[in-house]
Design a protein around this ligand. Structure first.
Ligand code: SAM
Length: 467
């Protein structure tokens, strides 16, 4: 039977709150005088703040439960709207909170941390006020842009992975990256190089990755393309000339072939067009070499604060053995190692472990032991390979460590556990496991690692209650 469709409706709605995904939430009940079917419609609106009154167009309004829409018109700005940000088309996607005043963003993130902890019956009186940024714009040391099929180069529209919004400017990117973007867009146009079209899998240019170190001033530019420079050699040579002339601090320019249809950036073959294949960076006075695929904290100003907080909460001394679980390239490992007897790091990505070992060596730290393992297996193998830690630090991915790993940590029974998290939801779930092993929350410090996004970082200390 053919499904009935209903007319498109234009509605004026008031945004109630912002969801954890960054959408403005509205619950609309179709009024009886307009033939209500009694059902509610959840409308998720992009680029809004609470209290905004906006006009939205909803196709098949009464036939659906949920709609994700851009607003047609801002009828009245909400009290926390930052009116200095002009329109939502002129700036890039990926920043759903950018229209909210920064103080309100911080409040929103504080609430999120408290709500998730409270849901699991944790004492939220130990949650300290969130640490924000003095200057919350242009903080990222890495930006990844996508080439669209019509000459766009920018970020995907929120909730729409088919549409790329050409990046004119970005509240997240340092000016140098915005300049690189414009130079590359001009070069693309001059040589008439096609952007990659996902549906037909045709076109040349896929992604642009930029890394910039605020500490060393070194710049890396990577182009991900569907084939090697071969028949584009003249264009590639000219790109080198343009970029090295404009950016004297360009130390790495790479043309990376990624031919398969897989969306996740990958390297089939790498052609170094200029310089070397990595850049040097620094954090908390430690040196790091960063390759294109190296995970490295994206906001160095806030990352340094996180590391300082970890050192403060861990309170290590030269008699202590420390385990850094999910250690990456050693952002927390190196400063912890410097202040302790021994440090072990466990991490699943082989390249990160190779990098962590090299970083330890570059920084003259001989008391480190790094192991490539899945966290759960690593905790089992560590006992034999290295021994038992006095303190455990963990910084898992967004999905959290999970019950099995948390139970293993509980069985390790170190007095203290320092947990760094980028998802308050998975954090609260994980902590319940430690509570079952007799740990209690001592202090919780949210840190705004990613202004203008809905992400919030939290670092906390749990301690085993002595029986
Ligand atoms: C949020 S990052 C933290 C990295 C590091 N602490 C830092 O600050 O640079 C999480 C890390 O966990 C690693 N990882 C993800 N799943 C893992 C697993 N099952 N076992 C071990 N490590 C894993 C990722 O590769 C990533 O390096």
């Amino acid at each position: 039977m053919k499904k009935k469709t209903y007319p498109t409706e234009v509605l004026d709605v008031t945004i109630k709150r912002i969801t954890p995904e960054g959408y403005g939430y509205v619950k609309h009940i179709h009024p009886p005088e307009r033939g209500s079917n009694g059902r509610g419609l959840t409308i998720n609106v992009t680029n809004v703040v609470p209290g905004d009154v906006v006009r939205v167009t909803i196709p098949n309004a009464k036939g659906r439960r949920k709609a994700v829409v851009e607003y047609d018109e801002l009828l009245q700005p909400g009290p926390t709207r930052n009116l200095d940000i002009p329109t939502h088309e002129a700036v890039s996607g990926g920043t759903p909170l950018q229209y909210m005043k920064y103080a309100a963003q911080l409040e929103y993130k504080m609430d999120m941390v408290k709500t998730y902890l409270q849901e699991k019956d944790f004492d939220i009186s130990v949650v300290k006020p969130i640490i924000g940024m003095d200057e919350p714009n242009r903080y990222r040391n890495k930006m990844e842009l996508t080439f669209g099929p019509n000459g766009e180069l920018g970020m995907h529209q929120q909730g729409n992975f088919r549409r790329v919004i050409d990046l004119e400017d970005s509240i997240l990117a340092p000016q140098i990256m915005v300049d690189v973007k414009h130079t590359i867009s001009k070069w693309q146009k001059d040589y008439d190089l096609p952007g990659y079209e996902k549906t037909t899998q045709e076109g040349l240019l896929r992604n642009l990755l930029m890394r910039y170190s605020f500490a060393t001033d070194e710049l890396m530019i990577i182009l991900y393309v569907t084939e090697g420079p071969g028949k584009y050699q003249a264009a590639a040579d000219d790109l080198v000339t343009r970029l090295t002339t404009q950016f004297k601090n360009l130390v790495s320019l790479q043309w990376v072939e990624h031919a398969s249809s897989a969306e996740r950036i990958q390297a089939d073959e790498t052609f170094i067009l200029h310089g070397r294949d990595y850049i040097n960076d620094e954090l908390n006075g430690f040196k790091y070499r960063i390759w294109p695929d190296t995970f490295f904290q994206a906001n160095p100003i806030q990352a340094e604060k996180l590391v300082e907080l970890a050192l403060e909460m861990a309170d290590v001394n030269e008699d202590m053995r420390v385990l850094d679980l999910f250690c990456g390239v050693g952002t927390f490992s190196l400063p912890l190692a410097k202040n302790s007897k021994d440090l072990a790091g466990i991490e699943i990505v082989e390249n990160s472990i190779i990098s962590a070992r090299r970083n330890a060596e570059d920084n003259g730290l001989a008391n480190t032991f790094f192991m490539t393992r899945d966290a759960r297996q690593g905790l089992i193998d560590l006992k034999e390979a290295w021994g038992h830690p006095d303190l455990l630090v963990l910084d898992p991915p967004r999905s959290g460590a999970g019950g099995k790993v948390m139970r293993s940590i509980g069985r390790f029974g170190t007095d203290k556990v320092v947990y760094i998290s980028c998802s308050p939801k998975s954090l609260a779930d994980d902590l319940t496991w430690l509570r079952d092993f007799g740990y209690e929350l001592i202090t919780v410090q949210p840190v705004d690692q990613f202004p203008h996004t809905t992400h919030v970082e939290t670092i906390l200390l749990m301690q085993k209650v002595k029986g």
